[in-house]
Write a protein that binds this ligand. Sequence first.
Ligand SMILES: [Zn+2]
Length: 162
Amino acid sequence: MKRKNVLTWDEYFMGLAHLSAMRSKDPSTQVGAVIVSNEHRVVSIGYNGFPNGCSDDVFPWDREGEFGNTKYPYVVHAELNAILNSKNDLRGCSLYVSLFPCNECAKAIIQSGISRIVYESDKYANTDATIASKKMLRAAGVILQQLPYKVNLCVEKEENIQ
Ligand SMILES: [Zn+2]
């Protein structure tokens, strides 16, 4: 008899987005993104972090203070990292992301040809960035789909006793 109650594709890819988010060094917000083809193949993956060569030990993760002393001018969002990490044509792909994309990522998502966004949290729905993001994504015909549940992922290390 085959196993029942296996992960659905949505749970699997959102779980993978959460796994990727666990790589983020950001102390306040960890976001993961996974780009998936129509054949349910993972095309690319990313999380929020600084650009290559910009050390986490040198660049700040602060959210407040002078602009240049905060993370905002430096951090690459998970969605953009996933797009930039890909060597493939992303037209028609789906993007799984744990937090609804901001307006800057929305531009990159639209221009890359991604046609569907599956997201979990929309906690910044009332911000100008998210309102502008949705305005562009809807105008471009990108399908926006919020999961009706939250995926919780737990990774634990266990002593390897054999
Ligand atoms: Zn963004």
